[in-house]
Each structure stands twice: as structure tokens, then as C-alpha cells.
Design a binder for this molecule. Structure first.
Ligand code: ATP
Ligand code: ATP
Ligand code: MG
Ligand code: MG
Ligand code: MG
Ligand code: MG
Ligand code: MG
Length: 269
């Protein structure tokens, strides 16, 4: 009980309230997925079922946390962007990170059989860690998202070339690794095209760009730009209901340039 002689132990807890007016990114990442992906024989370089499962789990997380403005995922990671004005859990970092990571983990495990119907999930079950990072400006948040998408591109170009050399070119993994040492992007594009007839730019967008998950409205013009700052309680409640009615869509678009953001100005409004 709060007022017992034992209550003083609460004073040992450390505060972890994140600063106001910062965008809060909660990034989750699969624990030991290099091993996990081998256990379930994920196709290399990209297992489509695994990505679809990640995106399905992320969609439900976005649905259940209305303050998430957008999410971006690739490989075994997902970043959930909480609006700078969120007051969820009084902005306590541990509460945010653990609630998102456990919600994501639960969805991933519960939806597993939909995407891997013939491969039952066995122990050790997949888990995701979570961390919070604050970005004090929209522009830095944009750079964060660009960083993750550029990472997706660099890894995917490398992995696509590497696995082509191994699976189609008959090289050992060590040989392919050696051959790719010191190569730049144009070298990899050239190897893919001349040796394997692959035009990297026509590879599926989901592999090259990763996935964004955001709320989409039938008439986006009407959405306008709504800032939660200074909204009354009734306005906030109306806004929450509006968001709950939105379609939550996964997409595979460029988020480094301005085109996507200009077309959806309400997302980071
Ligand atoms: P940690 O616990 O430190 O995150 P990890 O083994 O999960 O270790 P990551 O850097 O997160 O290391 O890498 C995740 C790995 O999972 C990738 O390198 C890749 O091998 C594998 N992986 C994830 N998603 C897929 C997928 N859709 N298809 C194929 N492999 C995947
Ligand atoms: P928060 O999200 O802030 O933790 P909460 O509703 O979970 O909110 P807690 O203080 O954690 O609040 O209280 C958990 C509540 O769950 C208890 O008050 C009780 O009503 C209910 N509960 C938990 N375990 C049991 C149980 N075994 N049997 C009956 N009720 C339970
Ligand atoms: Mg409790
Ligand atoms: Mg890692
Ligand atoms: Mg991982
Ligand atoms: Mg990872
Ligand atoms: Mg509780």
C-alpha cells in the first residue's frame, strides 16, 4: 500500500520523463533474428512472409496507439513516431518503450500462423526490444526516417548482390563476402546487371524502401493541418475518434525526398 512503512522504496525509482515538444521515436528490434531467421528458413535475402508479418504487427500497434503519427519498418525493426505533443504515460520512456515493444511482440506471435501456416512457432519465442529517442525538431525527425530508409537501401543492395552471387553464381559465402569488399553501390548494380540480369531499380519496392504505416483518409484535403496544441478536451476526443476511423495503410514509398510529405502534410502536423 502506498502509505505503508515500505512506501519509501518508491523513492529509489528513477524518473525518465522525456522532454516536452520532442518527437518520440520508439524503435523495436527483433532479438537474435539472424538466428531466428535461420531456424524458420527465411528466404534470402528477403523473406516476404516475414516482412508481411512485421507490417501486420505494426499496423495493429499504430491502431492501438493513436498518438503514433507514422511508423517505418525494415528487416526485423520498426520505428513508431509519437507526435511531439503526446502525453501518453506522461511521456515516461520506459512505459512507452515497453508498452510498444510488448504490443508488437504479442501481435507478431499471435499473427505468426497467418503468415507461416505450416511452421508452428516454438520456444524460444521471438521478442523485440524497444528504446526511445527524442528529436527536438521536425527536420531532425525527417533525417532520422531518412537514415533508416537509407540503411534499408544500403543493406538491401548488399544482400541482393551477395545472395545472387551465392545462390545463382555458385560462390561460397566467404567468396562472395571477399568479392564485395571495397565495392561501392555502382559496382554492385553492375554485378547484378551484367552477371545476373537483375536491374536493381526494378526489384520490389518493399525490399528497396521498407514500409511506412500511416493513417489515410478518404478525403485528405478535408483533413487539413490539425495541431493538438491548444485543443480543448472535446476537440482532442473528436480528433481521437477521427483517427480511429482512418484506414491504416502500409506503403513502400520514398520518404527521403519531399514528395510523400508534401502529399500528406497532416502526418507531421
Ligand atoms: P540483435 O538481437 O542484436 O538485434 P539480430 O541477429 O537480430 O541481433 P539485426 O542486426 O537486428 O541482428 O539483424 C536482423 C537479421 O534478421 C538480418 O540480418 C537478417 O539476417 C534477418 N532478417 C530479418 N528479417 C528478414 C527477412 N524478412 N528476410 C530474411 N532475413 C531477415
Ligand atoms: P495501468 O495501465 O496504469 O497499470 P491498470 O488498470 O493496469 O492501469 P494497476 O494498478 O496495474 O492498474 O492495477 C491492475 C488491476 O488489474 C487491479 O486493480 C485489478 O483490478 C486487476 N487485476 C489484476 N490481476 C488480477 C487478478 N488476478 N484478479 C482480479 N483482478 C486483477
Ligand atoms: Mg499493477
Ligand atoms: Mg541490432
Ligand atoms: Mg535484431
Ligand atoms: Mg535489426
Ligand atoms: Mg497495470
Amino acid at each position: 500500500m502506498a502509505n505503508s512503512e515500505f512506501g519509501y522504496v518508491r523513492d529509489f525509482e528513477q524518473g525518465d520523463v522525456l522532454p516536452p515538444s520532442n518527437w518520440i521515436v520508439v524503435r523495436v528490434d527483433g532479438r537474435g533474428f539472424s538466428k531466428f531467421s535461420k531456424k524458420y528458413s527465411f528466404q534470402k535475402p528477403n523473406d516476404r512472409r516475414a516482412l508481411d508479418l512485421m507490417n501486420a504487427a505494426a499496423t495493429e500497434v499504430v491502431r492501438s496507439f493513436v498518438d503514433v503519427a507514422i511508423a517505418y519498418g525494415q528487416s526485423d525493426e520498426y520505428s513508431f513516431i509519437f507526435h511531439e505533443s503526446t502525453s501518453l504515460f506522461e511521456r515516461r520512456a520506459a512505459k512507452l518503450a515497453t508498452s510498444v515493444a510488448t504490443a508488437f511482440t504479442a501481435e507478431y506471435c499471435m499473427q505468426w500462423t497467418t503468415f507461416f501456416p505450416s511452421l508452428p512457432l516454438t520456444r524460444p519465442y521471438p521478442t523485440f526490444d524497444g528504446r526511445c529517442v527524442c528529436y527536438p525538431k521536425r527536420a531532425i525527425l525527417r533525417d532520422y526516417l531518412s537514415w533508416r530508409q537509407a540503411d534499408c537501401h544500403i543493406n538491401n543492395l548488399y544482400n541482393t548482390t551477395f545472395w545472387s552471387m551465392v545462390l545463382k553464381g555458385g560462390m561460397s559465402t566467404t567468396e562472395a563476402e571477399q568479392a564485395l569488399k571495397g565495392t561501392v553501390s555502382s559496382d554492385k548494380n553492375e554485378i547484378l546487371f551484367s552477371r545476373f540480369g537483375i536491374n536493381y531499380n526494378t526489384e520490389p519496392e518493399i525490399y528497396r524502401k521498407g514500409t511506412i504505416v500511416y493513417r489515410s483518409y478518404d478525403n485528405e484535403q478535408e483533413v487539413g493541418i490539425r495541431s493538438a496544441d491548444g485543443m480543448s478536451k472535446t476537440q482532442l476526443e473528436k480528433e481521437r475518434k477521427r483517427k480511429q476511423k482512418a484506414r491504416i495503410v502500409p506503403d513502400h514509398l520514398d520518404i527521403i525526398g519531399n514528395t510523400f510529405w508534401d502529399a500528406h502534410p497532416y502526418i507531421l502536423a
